[in-house]
Ligand binder design. Structure first.
Ligand code: SAM
Ligand code: SF4
Length: 336
């Protein structure tokens, strides 16, 4: 093994992993129907979550292996106590160039100043509807106004802001164009995401109806001069822009999985498991490793060999699932 392959996470398909997504909790204050059932999921006992010390240690070891970007997600990350202190600690890790957050925006607004001071590099806000009633139907909670206030606050503070809209047949597909128009006068990236079967209960049946192809057709019909933008190869979103619009649009083929060839990410779930792919069932119980007294050097070797087991794409990862062929985890545990 060469020196550089010892200090980098490179998978068998020669993809370098430099992006770590961390689900800091599986708890949530919304009940988005595509993510979890109305009654919620069985939350993990708190002691089963990694402590902040464990997350920072793991992230530091990951950074020594070439991870440059971290995204904190959940569940709803702002439900975790002293979440801001974790942001600060992760920002201070040598080698970590960017810390991003994905949030539902319900508890976020009061923390915007602190987030700005800490230097949070970007925020993805989940917003599936611009209509209060419909937002309530989808999320099963009446928090539309709070989330819109967070959106305004993010833009006022100058955060690099992306909106995530999961496109769901018959639920919000009539709002795709209104959502796209949000990017006309605001410097925001509105991203349309194919629905995936991670709803904590039965498989979704709607995913086939609104593929990335159909989303693009819808946008092109409304905006005939839509331009395709250059984007980083590891960006799962294909980006577009309507001339003269301040923001841009993205389409993420999360179910069609056309972007796997350049995937650069690895995930830490709320259960303390490493996922090489969103569609695998967890390939390493890293919580157990962290709690077993292993040294950083040993942890580093374990992480490297975990990445060596990475499958070629999301279809291969899904096929390999042993426990649950019908994927029914909640995205709230996986972290999206
Ligand atoms: N609670 C935060 C939020 O909603 O932004 C962070 C966690 S959430 C699991 C992360 C992202 O996953 C959100 O943008 C959400 O819309 C997306 N997501 C959840 N379930 C999904 C599903 N079944 N298909 C596609 N995206 C999903
Ligand atoms: Fe909560 Fe986010 Fe899942 Fe909605 S998508 S239930 S906000 S974790």
């Amino acid at each position: 093994m060469t020196n550089s392959s010892k200090t980098k996470l490179v998978d068998p398909w020669n993809r370098t992993i430099d992006y770590l997504r961390i689900a800091v909790t599986d708890r949530c204050n919304l009940r988005c129907f595509y993510c979890m059932p109305a009654e919620g999921i069985n939350y993990l006992p708190k002691k089963e979550l990694l402590t902040y010390e464990e997350i920072v240690r793991l992230s530091t070891v990951f950074a020594s292996l070439g991870i440059k970007k971290i995204r904190l997600t959940g569940g709803e990350p702002f439900l975790r106590k002293n979440f801001i202190s974790l942001l600060e600690k992760l920002k201070a890790i040598p080698g970590i160039e960017a810390v991003h957050i994905t949030t539902n925006g319900v508890l976020t607004f009061p923390f915007l100043n602190e987030m700005k001071n800490i230097g949070v590099d970007g925020v993805n806000l989940s917003l599936d509807s611009l209509n209060r009633e419909n937002f309530h139907q989808i999320t099963r909670r009446d928090e539309f106004d709070t989330v819109m206030k967070t959106l305004d606050g993010l833009l006022d503070h100058g955060f690099n802001t992306k909106i995530n809209m999961v496109v769901m047949h018959g639920k919000n597909t009539h709002e795709v164009l209104d959502m796209a128009r949000l990017a006309s006068a605001r410097k925001v990236s509105v991203r349309f995401i194919e629905e995936m079967p991670f709803n904590g209960s039965e498989l979704s049946t709607s995913k086939q109806n609104w593929s990335h192809v159909k989303i693009l057709e819808e946008l092109q019909a409304a905006f005939p001069n839509l331009n395709k933008l250059e984007s980083h190869p590891s960006n799962p979103a294909t980006l577009y822009q309507v001339p003269d619009h301040l923001g841009n649009l993205g389409i993420i083929p999360a179910y069609s999985r056309t972007f796997c060839g350049s995937c650069n990410r690895i995930r830490l779930t709320a259960t303390g498991s490493i996922k090489n792919c969103l569609y695998d069932e967890g390939v390493l119980d890293v919580k157990q490793v962290l709690r077993s007294g292993k040294s950083d050097e040993e942890l580093r070797d374990i992480l490297i060999s975990t990445v060596h087991k990475r499958e070629k794409d999301g279809f291969a990862a899904e096929k390999n699932r042993k426990v649950d062929k019908n994927i029914s985890e909640s995205m709230s545990t996986i972290g999206g």
